[in-house]
Design a protein around this ligand. Structure first.
Ligand SMILES: *[C@@H]1O[C@H](CO)[C@@H](O)[C@H](O)[C@H]1NC(C)=O
Ligand SMILES: *[C@@H]1O[C@H](CO)[C@@H](O)[C@H](O)[C@H]1NC(C)=O
Ligand SMILES: *[C@@H]1O[C@H](CO)[C@@H](O)[C@H](O)[C@H]1NC(C)=O
Length: 223
């Protein structure tokens, strides 16, 4: 996804090893439907690049991020948890700062990350698409600036969300019609997976042993 940045970086490493810095990060989001099974049942969901949760964006403070969203099916708009200084239109709430992206159209979100670092969330900002169209946005400190805590040995992005067996648009429409609260979800998910469900093999979250002698940094975002 970060093709041009990566290529630039390779060139830069080759010619100027001391000045490796990527200031513009390119990502491409293809909004596509994908049949997905959880909790012993299957339904089509809207995804970015066939992934649930969607791809993790990485950037450094002061980088410019260009996200090209190619919308093949639905009205979407994507909101980033980034303070938008002078680029309010890149924030994404449909009908507030921009019109939603029409099916078959694309849009390039272009914003610069200023004065923020940490793990944030990007998500679709129309209807309940955010239930499946979301992901983490990791803003690293500027190059050469250390973390404000001992550097972790490894970083793991953990995205907490919820799963409805029903179509989430049907859930929200039903709630809007009745005026009652929407149905609660059928499961909470960690990186897209609910807990192990008997007879639904391989759909539960993988159990992993974490060696505690390492310092791990968990970058947790909740949808
Ligand atoms: C999902 O599955 C249904 C039924 O098998 C099929 O008709 C549909 O084309 C599939 N959709 C996608 C996006 O694969
Ligand atoms: C992104 O925004 C910057 C600042 O407004 C502008 O200079 C640049 O051309 C834009 N890039 C794209 C690809 O739109
Ligand atoms: C919401 O929950 C009720 C009660 O369990 C159920 O009858 C209804 O079909 C659910 N709605 C949707 C959209 O799943």
């Amino acid at each position: 996804m970060e093709y041009s940045c990566f290529r630039l970086m390779l060139l830069a490493v080759f010619f100027f090893p001391a000045f490796v810095e990527c200031r513009t990060r390119h990502y491409k989001f293809n909004v596509v439907m994908k049949n997905t099974s959880r909790l012993c049942s299957s339904k089509p969901i809207v995804t970015v690049n066939d992934m649930f949760p969607g791809p993790t964006l990485y950037a450094r403070e002061d980088d410019t991020v260009l996200v090209k969203v190619v919308n093949l099916f639905f009205l979407v708009s994507v909101r980033h948890g980034i303070r938008q200084l002078r680029t309010g239109w890149a924030d994404g709430p449909a009908y507030i700062t921009q019109c939603p992206i029409q099916p078959g159209q694309s849009y390039v979100y272009n914003f610069t990350i200023t004065g923020q670092r940490g793990t944030l969330l990007w998500h679709a900002h129309i209807l309940w698409l955010r239930a499946t169209v979301h992901g983490a946005l990791v803003v690293l400190p500027k190059r050469g600036v250390p973390y404000p805590f001992p550097a972790p040995h490894k970083e793991v992005v953990v995205v907490l969300a919820e799963w409805w067996k029903s179509d989430t648009e049907a859930v929200v429409n039903e709630a809007l019609k009745s005026g009652l609260a929407p149905n609660v979800s059928d499961a909470h998910t960690i990186n897209g997976h609910p807990g192990a469900v008997p007879a639904c093999s391989s759909q539960g979250i993988q159990k992993r042993l974490i060696a505690i002698r390492f310092t791990w940094e968990f970058l947790v975002v909740k949808v």
